[in-house]
Ligand binder design. Sequence first.
Ligand code: DOR
Ligand code: ZN
Length: 345
Amino acid sequence: MTQITLRRPDDWHLHLRDGAMLRAVAPESARHFGRAIIMPNLVPPVVTGDQAAAYRDRILAALPEGSAFKPLMTLYLTETTDPDDLARAHGDGLITAVKLYPAGATTNSASGVRDFDRVRPVLERMAEIGCPLCVHGEVVDADIDIFDREAVFIDRVLDPIRRATPGLKVVMEHITTAQGVDYARAGGDRLGATITTHHLVINRNAILVGGIKPHYYCLPVAKREEHRLALRAAATSGDPSFFLGTDSAPHVDPLKESACGCAGCFTATNTLSILAEVFEQEGALDRLEAFTSLNGPRFYGLPAAEDRVTLTKGAPVAYPAKIDTADGAVTVFDPMMPLHWHVTP
Ligand code: DOR
Ligand code: ZN
């Protein structure tokens, strides 16, 4: 196969930031994607409906002239989230989902949840109104090894939440383990999982072998090879539980290349070419559209895109090593392999 046409992909987990960074990275996602779930971990976070509306307007203003890209907004769940404000924002179509960050788990998560019992009433309300919860699934306990944080979260936090509020729709964001794959696969219609592009490509060696490579550091951190293989099997299986959420997360280079570097891989620019390469390697190009364009809208109860993109195989794709922003350069994820799939338009 040298050409494949897909319904226009959506990105079910994306960081666009704000200000100069937003203006630089929004066009990178809008070039190929139709819609994206926009993460609310700004400083300060997007916690109210009014803040989500204002952020949506800033995103729309940052898009290229004539772009049809649709940001699907989220609220950042805190222990003081007002369920009425949330329900109003969801009812008005202003927000598509709510994001749960365990406090301290990742970038700008300080306002997240410490005591999960305190958000029980909000989760009940979300179940009633059909508002999905997107979960950053890592415990933050100092005694849990960072490579075990996802698996422990499933047992100690996620499974109890889902048992207590069975009507709640949950997305396990950016799963990185075979345990995450197994749990998502067995979870039925109300459980989905996003998988990033970079976790299909790198394992933890990419970060640590031959010198420390900060541009491969993200959270949840990439795991052992066996987990990467489980993620590749899940993503390429066609199983509707799994869909693309790039977690493309730009940080300017000085904040990555630092004694205490930020977590995040910036993949918006070359994500689709990388995915085509991965699916081709797995002999699953015919299931790429399910992962990028069908399973996500199905989970969220939204129509699949009507327009299409075409990928054509040819000479290696040229893409920039860095994106310039008024705040500084952002390094584009290097998949450590040539990419041959060109995306049009
Ligand atoms: O690598 C990550 N970067 N993981 C996250 O959970 C947050 C994100 C960010 O905002 O930079
Ligand atoms: Zn993220």
